[in-house]
Design a protein around this ligand. Structure first.
Ligand code: PLP
Length: 418
């Protein structure tokens, strides 16, 4: 068993990590009598107090519907919602706020593009390129639209270390490839994909490019202009914000050309029984009352992350990942799945023949929260030859003590299963 971490040797890039943890009320609790070691941020991250405060303020004092009201509360809510959009635009370095559509999350963002763009762009025989490491959210929406249009879903194989081989990727591109949709950071492997290079190759083949940023947005600087992608999607609840809200960035010209996705209030220009005209961007894709407090909470989360500095977060997580990888490698019988050199702070593993659900349950009794299962990546599990893995994922508030608690609890698993 590894010795408990010495704070004097702890990563220093967030020198005040123990203070920073005080911002997250959820982290200070005990679980089953143990201090909580929350290592499941890739599923949902904890929420800091400033985000909770922003949402409470909205719902307590400014709770009103947006865009349609003429009274003070409606105006305040509208202003805060549109300010949130502007903050997202800045966070992604998008050119215009019209390019930012609030959705329910990454899943809805991808469904929007698949359903709307896919229905007009795809013809029988066309191809949608994804990879073997995609989350079901970046597989199933494409399968559905392929079934409707006669297009074909083409998954690019990955290497044994969990990477996309650029030559193999290139060989899968051809004149039939109309859409390329790829995860930036794999939730099950941690692999960081070279999305800028992949986007350039896809564009050279004439394809439209969507990047699934659910795991990358909380961990590294995202610049959609630099990546030069056509769409970028992420979720609030993985970036220290609330559930129920997410973002779709889309290039303005493409969004303008796309048919509406859902019908209802807020997305119309004029309605008669004979014909409806639609609102301008981004409202034509925001039917019905949106999650107003959610969008405001998401913007507060981006403020929080930006104030710390996303580069500092990335460096801190890199150091912690190195520490955790070394610590896990010393656990007898443990095998890491996903060992790409360019990797984010997600550690998936199997431990002998102990089922990952048993690992997760025993760890929970020790106060260590990890995820166990297929991580919504069943094709990837097939590629790895395992039904499931256990996954510890790190965020800016995790410490070496959390990693030490994980390792200690894994020794308990070994003792139980002998
Ligand atoms: C890589 C990736 N893509 C998409 C999703 C779906 O995100 P959401 O459930 O927030 O829509 C997730 C969630 O785990 C993910 O990790």
């Amino acid at each position: 068993m590894r010795a408990a971490a010495d704070r004097s040797t702890a990563p220093r890039l967030i020198t005040d990590v123990h203070t920073l943890r005080g911002d997250f009320p959820g982290l200070s609790q005990k679980v089953h009598g143990h201090p909580l070691a929350y290592l499941d941020s890739a599923a949902s991250s904890q929420v800091p107090q400033p985000v909770l405060d922003a949402m409470l303020a909205q719902q307590a004092m400014n709770h009103a519907n947006i865009h349609r009201g003429v009274h003070e509360l409606a105006e305040r809510a509208t202003r805060a919602y549109e300010d949130a959009r502007e903050k997202v635009r800045r966070f992604l370095n998008a050119a215009e706020p019209e390019e930012i559509v609030f959705t329910r999350g990454t899943t809805e963002s991808i469904n929007l593009v698949a359903s709307s763009l896919g229905s007009t762009l795809l013809r029988p025989g066309d191809e949608v390129l994804i990879t073997w490491m995609e989350h079901h959210s970046n597989i199933v929406p494409w399968q559905l639209i392929c079934a409707r249009t006669g297009a074909r879903l083409v998954p690019v194989p990955i290497t044994a270390t969990g990477e996309i081989d650029l030559d193999v990727f290139e060989r899968h591109l051809n004149e039939r490839t109309k859409i390329v949709s790829i995860v930036h950071v794999s939730n099950a492997l941690g692999t960081v994909n070279p999305v800028k290079t992949l986007a350039a190759k896809a564009h050279a083949a004439g394809a439209v490019v969507l990047i699934d940023g659910a795991q990358s947005a909380p961990r590294q600087r995202i610049d959609v202009a630099d990546i030069d992608c056509d769409f970028y999607a992420f979720s609030g609840h993985k970036i220290f914000g609330p559930t129920g809200v997410g973002v779709l960035f889309g290039r303005k010209a493409l969004l303008e050309s796309m048919p509406v996705y859902q019908g209802g209030g807020g997305m119309i220009g004029r309605v008669t029984f004979e014909r409806t005209t639609f609102a301008d961007l981004p409202y034509k894709f925001e039917a019905g009352t949106p999650d107003i407090a959610g969008a405001i909470g998401l913007a507060a989360a981006l403020d929080y992350l930006t104030a710390i500095g996303i580069e500092r977060v990335a460096s801190y997580e890199d150091e912690l990942l190195t520490y955790a990888t070394g610590a896990l490698r010393e656990v007898p019988g443990l095998r890491l799945t996903g060992t790409a050199p360019s990797k984010a702070s997600v550690l998936s593993f199997v431990l002998g023949d102990v089922h990952p659900h048993d690992i997760g349950t025993i760890l929970d009794r020790e106060g260590v929260a990890v995820r166990a299962g297929h991580h919504c990546c069943q094709p990837l599990m097939t590629r790895l030859g395992v039904p499931a893995t256990a996954r510890a994922s790190l965020a800016l508030y995790n410490t070496r003590e959390d990693v030490d608690a994980l390792v200690a609890a894994l020794h308990t698993v070994e003792e139980v299963f002998g």
